[in-house]
Design a protein around this ligand. Structure first.
Ligand code: URA
Length: 248
């Protein structure tokens, strides 16, 4: 037997809008459960046993959800924190499914692209060091970066714990040499800040712009999130060789 959930939550997850929109749908008597009109969202449903129809169309259970968040500063990348708001606080209720979790971590003061999903296998693949998923950051620093320092960042720098970073890509993005785009193929703790510190700079602003094939949507306001498109999900999954098409 499956798990019972509130009808309004199920309809929300299935793409029928916020709880408020679902309420309107229910009031309009457009929802049938096992052949009966149901107008209350509180009704407990088990989609393995109950047949839910909206305007005559069966509602499918969606196992996974994939969200892109434009993380603002001030939120910790965790599902719970005793002292600070978490990125989960920014997710609308209809998307807060069980086991929804951020994929990787951005510091409290870092902004930009954060993927959240309950697809544990995909998250695991994206985070596995062997996957070498590139992550691109916009980095602002307090002092100009010289061409030699830029080369050091690209070739590999020795961090405070003695670790030597893997080859990366770095380009200066403004004439003052205070802003760069840095692409890393690994994700050590506070890596960008520690790499810049290793060449004598303090990071004053950090934003993640992309993760693998997924780019931060320029139309997504700070603090807003949206579901990934089918194409974005497909491209993310395609980074896992185990999902690659077989044959020829
Ligand atoms: N590197 C950092 O130093 N901080 C982040 O949030 C992400 C990468």
């Amino acid at each position: 037997m499956g798990k019972r959930q509130r009808l309004d939550k199920i309809l929300s997850h299935a793409g029928f809008g916020s709880r408020r929109e679902v309420k309107i749908l229910l009031r309009a008597r457009r929802v049938l459960v096992n052949g009966e009109v149901v107008t209350s969202g509180e009704r407990g449903i088990d989609l393995e046993q109950d047949l839910v129809l909206v305007d005559g169309q069966p509602v499918q259970y969606r196992e996974f959800i994939y969200l892109m968040l434009n993380k603002p500063a001030g939120y910790v990348t965790a599902t719970k924190d005793r002292y600070a708001p978490t990125v989960l606080d920014l997710i609308p209720e209809e998307w807060r499914v069980r086991r929804l979790a951020p994929v990787g971590r951005l510091d409290k003061d870092t902004e930009g692209l954060l993927l959240l999903t309950n697809d544990g296998a995909l998250a695991h693949h994206l985070l596995a060091p062997a996957s070498r998923i590139p992550k691109t950051y916009l980095v602002r620093v307090d002092k100009p970066v010289t061409p030699e320092e830029l080369k050091t960042l690209v070739d590999g720098v020795v961090l405070d714990d003695g670790y030597r970073t893997l080859p990366a890509q770095a380009t200066l993005v403004n004439g003052l040499n205070l802003e760069l785009e840095l692409t890393l193929y690994e994700g050590k703790f506070h890596q960008v800040k520690r790499m810049l510190r290793a060449v004598g700079k303090q990071v004053t602003y950090l934003q993640r712009r992309s993760m693998g094939p997924l780019a931060l949507d320029p139309g997504l306001a700070l603090g807003a999130c949206r579901e990934l498109t089918i194409d974005e999900i497909r491209r993310l999954k395609a980074t896992d060789q185990r999902n690659a098409p077989r044959g020829v």
